[in-house]
Every structure is written in C-alpha cells, then in structure tokens.
Write a protein that binds this ligand. Sequence first.
Ligand SMILES: Nc1ncnc2c1ncn2[C@@H]1O[C@H](COP(=O)(O)OP(=O)(O)OP(=O)(O)O)[C@@H](O)[C@H]1O
Ligand SMILES: [Ca+2]
Length: 890
Amino acid sequence: MNWYQLPQDEIESILNSRMEEGLSKSEQERRLKLDGPNQLEEGKKQSAILMFLAQFKDFMVLVLLAATLLSGFLGEYLDAIAIILIVVMNGILGFIQERKAEKSLASLKELSAPSAQVLREGKWVSIAAKDVVTGDVIKVKSGDRVGADIRLLKTSGLQIEESALTGESVPAQKHNNLISAEDLNLGDQENMAFMGTMVTRGTGQGIVVATGMKTEMGKIAHLIQTAENIATPLQMKLEQLGKILIALALLLTVLVVLAGVMQGHDLYSMILAGVSLAVAAIPEGLPAIVTIALALGVQKMIRKRAIVRKLPSVETLGCATVICSDKTGTLTQNKMTVTRIWSQGRQWSVNEEGFEVIGGGIQENNKREDKLTEVLAYAALCNNAMIEEGKKGSLLEVGDPTETALLVSAYKAGITKESLSEQFTIQHEFPFDSTRKMMSVVVRDTEGNQMLVVKGAPDVLLEKSDYIVWDDKKQLIKQAHKERIKEAIYALGSQALRTIAVAIRPLKEGEHYSQASFAERSLTFIGLQGMMDPPRPEVEESIRDCQTAGIKTVMITGDHVVTAASIAKKLNMLPNGGRVMEGAELAQLSDDELDKVSEDVYVYARVSPEHKLKIVKSLQRRGHVVAMTGDGVNDAPAIKSANIGIAMGITGTDVAKEASSLVLGDDNFATIRSAIEEGRNIYENIRKFIRYLLASNVGEILVMLFAMIMGLPLPLVPIQILWVNLVTDGLPAMALGVDQAEEDVMRRKPRQAKEGVFSRGLGWKIVSRGFLIGGATILAFWVTLKENPDQLIVAQSVAFATLVMAQLIHVFDCRSERSVFHRNPFQNGYLVLAVISSILLLLVVMYVEPLQDIFHTVPLSIRQWLLVLGMASIPTFALAGFQLFKKEAR
Ligand SMILES: Nc1ncnc2c1ncn2[C@@H]1O[C@H](COP(=O)(O)OP(=O)(O)OP(=O)(O)O)[C@@H](O)[C@H]1O
Ligand SMILES: [Ca+2]
C-alpha cells in the first residue's frame, strides 16, 4: 500500500486524525515521545574525552612530555611533575576554549531552526518543525521548506521543487487527487509533499505520514550528512599562517639550542629549554580564540536582533561597501493608512472621522457617493486580510498591512467584508505576486453575474485598462483620462504615498481562466487609494552612520518611482544628482551599460525580484562588497549571490532565510547597521589578540636567542617559559577577544576584502613590540646578573617577572590601532580582571615558598621590582610616547 493511493477517509482512520480538527496537544506530545523528534540525525560528534585528549596530540607537546619523563628518570622529579601539570593545565584551557566555541556554534544552529503550521483541535498554530508528528494536519505555502512527508488533501496552484530528492530542478505541479498507479517513483507522486523540498508557488494542506528518519529524505539522509561549520576566510588564512609560524618557531628554537650549545651550555638542558620554548612559542590557542571571538560576537549580534547563519559572513560584514535594502517594512514601518482616494477625477482625503472632498470645499462627510463606494468596496472584496472590532473601538488587523489599510478605509464608509459577502461570493483567486504586482478575484453577485475584481500597482493596471468609469458611466479609456490618472498617481506618490488601483472586468457566463495573464486584461479602471507608510524613526540616523562608514545605501523596491524617490529623499538616501531607475529601464540595459551607471543609482523602483540579481552582479563587477536584503522565493538567487545575503526574519520565507547568511529578527534596516558595526569590531578584536599573542611569542623567543648570542646563561628555565605561556596566552588574550569597539570603527572606510592578516601595520607592530619585549627582558637580566654574578636565580627571577609584566602592559596597547594613550585602560573589565589575576599568579609563584622551588624563583627587592617595572614599560610606552611626541611636535 502507498499513501498516494489512499483516499482521505482511509488516511484519516489509519493515522487517527481528521483534516478539519488535527491532533490535540496531548496526542501530539504522546506521539512525539513514541516516534522521536522530526529531525534528520546528524553525524557523530566528537566526545568530550576525545576532544580533551586531542589537546595533547600536538607534536611539540609530545616531545616535551617525553623530554620531561626523561628528566624525571634522571631524578628531577619536581621539575618533571610541574612541567606535566602545566602541560595538562594548558590542555584543559584549550579544551575549555574549544568546547565553548562548539557550544556557541550549536546554539546558533538552533536559532535558525524552521517552524511549521499545524492544526491543533481546529486552530492553526505555529510550532517548531522538529515537534511535528505523523497525523498532524499541516499547511505549506510558497516559500516554505516542507517539514515532513505529507499526503496532500487540499491544494491551490501548488508547485514544489524536489531536486534534493529527485534531482529534477523544474518544480513539480501538485494536486490532491487519488492516484491509482502502482510503484510510482517519488517524482510522480503528485499528491505527496516530501520533507526538505521547497514550495515555489501556491498553497497546500495535508496529513503528515512520516517524520524524521522515516521520511523519504531520512532514508537517503546518510548520503547528505550536513557538512556545516565551514571555516571563515580568516580562519583559513590563520591555518596557513599557523604552519608558517610553527616552522618559524621551530627554526628559531633550533637556532637558540645550537647557539647555546656552541656557547658551552650542556646539550640536555638546552634541549629541554628549546622544547619548552617551542611549545610556548607555537600559537596553538589561536584558532580556538578566533572561534570564540567570532561566536561571542555573534551572540552579541543576536541580542541586537541580527542572526548570523553563516559564520564567515561575520568577517565579510565588516567589508561591506553597499547595502541594497527593501523599502517596505525595512526602511518604513509597514504600517499603512489610506489617506487619499481618487476616482473619476475627484479626490477625497481620509481621516479619523471619514471622508472629505479636496478642492471642492463641499463637506460631504458621511454622505457617501457611488464613486467613492466603488473604490472602497472593490478593494475590500479583492482582499485576504481581516479586521475585527476590538475593545474601545480599536481595530484588530490580521494580514498584509497594505490590505488591512484598504479594509480600514472601507470600514470608515461602513463597508465590511461581511456586508460584501451578502452581495458577492468569491469563486477564485489569483494571489498577489511581486512580479505581476496585482491580485484579482472572480466573484459572483446575487443575480448570478460574474466579474473579475483586480487591485494592484496603478501604472500596471492602467496599462491593462481599456475602459474607465467616468461621469458614473463605463466608457472607452481615452488619452485624456490616462493623463488625469497619471497626474493623480504622481500627486499621491510625491507625497510619499503608496498607491493601489482598483479595476474590474465583467465575465461572460462560464468564462473561466486558469491563468492570471489571460484573466487580467481589458479592465475597467475604477480608482485609486493612496496610503501612508511612515519611515522607521531610527533609519535616518542609521543611513547617516553608514555613509560616514563609507557604505553606500541603495533602495530597491517594488513601489512606484515617485513614491520611492520621495521616501528616499525623506531618509537622505538620495543625494543631489543621484539617479532613480525603474525596473523597466533596468531590464533593457545590458550588463555593460548597467555597470556604467550602477554607481550613480540610489533608488531602483518598480523592480521585480528577478532584477535584484542583476543589480548585485553589476555592483560586484564594480568591485563592491554587496549586502542585499530580500524576503520572497524569487529573492533567493540575489541573496545567495550577494556577499552578504540578508533575509527578513518576520516577513521572510524559509527559502530566503536558507539562502541568506544573515537574518534580521526585526526586518529593520538599523539592524543591518548594527551588524556591520559588530562585524567590524569582531575583526578588529581578532587582530588585537593576534597582535598580542604573536608579539608575546616573538618576545619569548628573542630573550632566549639574545642570551645565547651574548654568551649569557639561560635567562629563563623551562618551567618559567611554560608558565608565561599558560598565563599570558590564556585570560588576557581571551579578554581582548571581547573588547569594546574603538570609537571610530564606524568612521573608517570599509576594510578591503582581500587584505592580509598583517596589513595596516600589524606585522610591524608585532615584530617591533616583540623585539622590544625581548630586548627589555634581556637587559633587565643582564643588569641584575652584573650586580649579582654568582646568583643566577635572582637574575632569572627578574627576567621572568619582566617578561610577564611587559606582556601584561603591552596587552593594553593592543586595544588600539593608534596608541595606548587613545583608550581608557579600565574600559574592558574582563581585561583588567585578567591582568590582575595574572599579576597575582606571578606573585604567588614568586613568594609562596614551596612554589619558589618549583619555579626557580626568589623574592625581589624594591630596587629590583623598580627595574622590572621600568623595563617592562619600555615596549609599550617607548614607541607610543615617541609617536605622541612626534604628533605634538608637528
Ligand atoms: N496585496 C497586494 N495586492 C495588490 N497589489 C499590491 C499588494 N501589495 C502590493 N501591491 C502593489 O504592488 C506593488 C509592488 O509591491 P511589492 O510587494 O513588490 O513591493 P513593495 O511592497 O511596494 O516594496 P518592497 O519591495 O520595498 O517591499 C506595490 O507598490 C503595490 O502597488
Ligand atoms: Ca606564547
């Protein structure tokens, strides 16, 4: 038996569910326990223990452990145990960092989980797709990803793209009829919808027949294991860089060992020191900290309602040079109110009380004219929204704001859907789509006359009109009429009003069309309604911020040119000399022609979603990094090709969201701005700790190298090197990863997408500060050794303290691209805490007696501490002070 061969009643009885009712909440919960969640199983995750052990698989760590064991056998128990402890602690630190990174990534995935519409005891509710069970009555619409296997029992123009299952990329037409054939393959089961496929058109309802791994998708799921967590470009660059750094660190270490042996140090202690140095100098923590910085930044973005779906886009965000944004709902509030009505050359203004003729001066409040009634009634008839009288005379509105606005204007004249339904029954609907820019219904009145009622974009409707009602008579439309209508459209549009026109066509008995393009022609033009959609208050400032940040903002809208341009002006998006281009013109231009002008266009009006792709491509050819918003199925290609594809969280379809790398939880333009700011900041933070970590490592290596070259004894013992690495690489580096943005991040030009890790002077800063850290430390060591020639341990303690303090001071310098004097050092509380605890740990190993033995330290005198602090300040303040001096001198 196959589901597609069964009639509705049999399916209902097998699954114990009814199409009109759906399941109850308790029944759904029971079945969910029985069948398990409606999810495809993911590949096995690495267990915690394995992840912990993986921290030690590093080659140099193994060498260190081996060398330590050797020294243990040779009787240096204390040293051996201490080294092993530090290595283990290093492993724990790495483990915690990696775990945290993974957890944050997992919670990100959760956020973008899809939902489903199901019937619960007769009421439609939205639930998480993973809670859907067999027997659930479920509904899908254009733009949805199907959440389970469904036997379709009601469909309306439903088309589903099933390439994920069948390989067929042309959408399949679906219906709800019984199919009797045996052994149909999935592609031919036209009354079924399968999990993971995409609805490209129409709507459908049905009963869920399989969930989770039992679905057709589940059966092949092992073939398509999700390969998520792609590394970001920066992570990949760092991985390459990591290899170079390892090689470099090893090379320098070998150099240190060789120089030491040549200077007469004994081979064994040099090797142990060398291996410790290599372990310390290899920045093994870098990838994990990068991930943490990315993940924490992303969580911060979520709090600002920007949900990142693809981690790499966090980096790209900071490089954006153009934002192409929808108008309605993103730049404006999508709260529509009809304020003007035009019909037969007469205009009314609409306010709370009612209608008022403009220009004529005659108050006709509450006295309805037929011309007015027709425009209002037809717009309410061809309408999918609903309004209900709520408490205290307020109106509850459900549906598309454009449509509720039309219901409200009709309501003000006493026309409601209920009163209309006494007169008309709706027989068929051609739903609205942004390409046709209109919607129509076929209605029959009480006398049995059929007619088509259309509402939509006025300029488009006018093109399709052969007649007009003028002087209350239907007549052929003349040029003069058209001029009057165009004037009216222009007048409404320049007041930033969105315009909707209404038209009709009487149908002959039995005349019926299955396609909108045949039905919507030879119309009779009735009138216009103009509605206000105020700009979102925060948008103007965000647009200004973007301009200061070197980012161009472009409006792309399906709305009329004049309306679009006048809103763009209000928002300061349209500079003097900036161009406004219409979709029709855009469609005519070749790619080359468009490239010549796309730089100057700030508003694209009356565009179809398909045009967005053309705009993205052109801007990209001009070298732009493009952020592009969208919500519908046909926005998906543009969202995908944009460098940063942005989907609307509220109005967006599953398809758009899946194509996107960023979802706006509130559909608000201001959120894009915040995301870009955060994206820039995350990248800067990553640069900050790369700079800090690498400069520290360069310093560590150079101390040893200088000592060997100068023929001095070892300035640091292995355990000290390892300790420095553990303490300074851990907390302070992580605290830099969550540092506050510099005040001027949004006043800089966008970063070049191709820029290298070390660009903008970072490489120089690392080398110069590392050199100074190494130099200052060796100087402190040398001075102390001169004073106490036979007390190496004192000089080593001074070197140890100097190296640590130099790094802990330098960490504050890393917070700014300019210099340490530009920022308040106490602003980042985490960093202050990290530094204080590191200093305490330093004091502990220097002043707690049993630890002194292990760490080869002795307490220092005040004079020696002054030396330590003086030397440790040099790397940070010398250059910064010099620069400050230079600036002041200028
Ligand atoms: N529900 C509807 N029924 C009929 N016509 C509509 C409806 N919604 C919008 N229109 C008309 O179609 C035009 C294009 O609408 P579309 O949804 O493509 O873009 P938009 O909402 O105006 O702007 P944006 O693209 O910025 O969201 C509108 O200007 C309006 O005239
Ligand atoms: Ca280090």
